[in-house]
Design a protein around this ligand. Sequence first.
Ligand code: PMP
Length: 409
Amino acid sequence: AWANVPAGPPDPILGVTEKFKADQSPKKINLGVGAYRDGKGKPYVLPSVLKAEEILYKKMLDKEYLPITGLSDFTKAAAKLAYGENSKPLDENRLAITQSISGTGALRIGTAFLARFYPGAKAIYLPTPTWGNHIPIAKDSGLEVKQYKVKRYFDKETVGLDFEGMKADIKAAPEGSIILLHACAHNPTGIDPTEEQWKELSVLMKEKKHFSFFDMASPRFCAYQGFASGDIVKDAFAVRYFVEQGHQILLCQSFAKNLGLYGERVGAISFVCADKEEKARVDSQLKIIIRPLYSNPPIHGARLVHTILDTPELYKEWLVEVKGMADRIISMREKLYNKLVELKTPGEWGHIKSQIGMFSFTGLKPEQVDKLAEKSSIYLTRDGRISMAALNESNVEYFAESVSKAVKG
Ligand code: PMP
């Protein structure tokens, strides 16, 4: 029956793991996966999550189906986390929200909704570069993919955001275009607009009547004031600011990275609507999109997130744990930078320290990436992105030495 099915290419990110697994070297490193690892290179289950598991276990809850839009205690907590306590769309009951199969599922529902209901041309503008899966998700939902720059090319002058290029492209897009924005910790570059730049973008997006489609997939995992004291406002700055400014945004949330709940597939998608009545109509169509896709979402991860976010002691504990993950990543950024400089590796490496989030966009060229795999059993995507979380005390020096050799040629 399948004689005419052509073999497809492997997924560019998951394909890295396949090659890593096939390698027999004891020194091998997989820098492709976007999942946090502890100081020993092992997956990390947050202690707050384990405590929530215990609480849930003792309750002996049933495993009945959730409604199509998921666990409402969870979606309420997720909305409060992203939009803040005193957000107008929440107070005025005009936020349409549904649970989703993690961030990917949120993106899929969001793009499907836009393909069905967004007035005018069905194109979505994605940043260049962006998370690889954005492109097929948008296409499979029936949207045409266009791109705007966040980064022109990688060199000394432009290790940061190409803000002028980004603005020029957003300006050039036809009025009323859909623009996807990474809310924080841009994947793969680890470079975000500053708060001042977000404010400028908000003005520009308004002038052009563009639609803001926010993807908030990961915490910044960087040191900043406020996090340990129990606030996530920095991560949520862009989202909250745009909403305050009256943008009726769409927001995709994932609890994979910030709670380490990768495999639980827990996320949410929300639409800021004009009023209660519009929200009710959007809600009804979200149900119509989701029902034939997967009927209703899984229950356990949503219960875990709700338990953590709505139990004050667990919430506080969680924030400290995120800070712990952030601190470990930052110390790896410093070690890697220092070692590369010590080895007199040609090039400028300051971006390793200034980038935020789980990833670093190293600037390594595809041929250097290939060399790292061949000569040193080190695996990463060919765009030069590495997961900082995969580095630890036992492999960071080996990695720096291998990079140095690959760059020196
Ligand atoms: N958006 C971005 C930008 C991401 O980096 C990721 C995961 N790496 C996702 C969405 C989706 O992840 P998940 O489906 O695991 O929540």
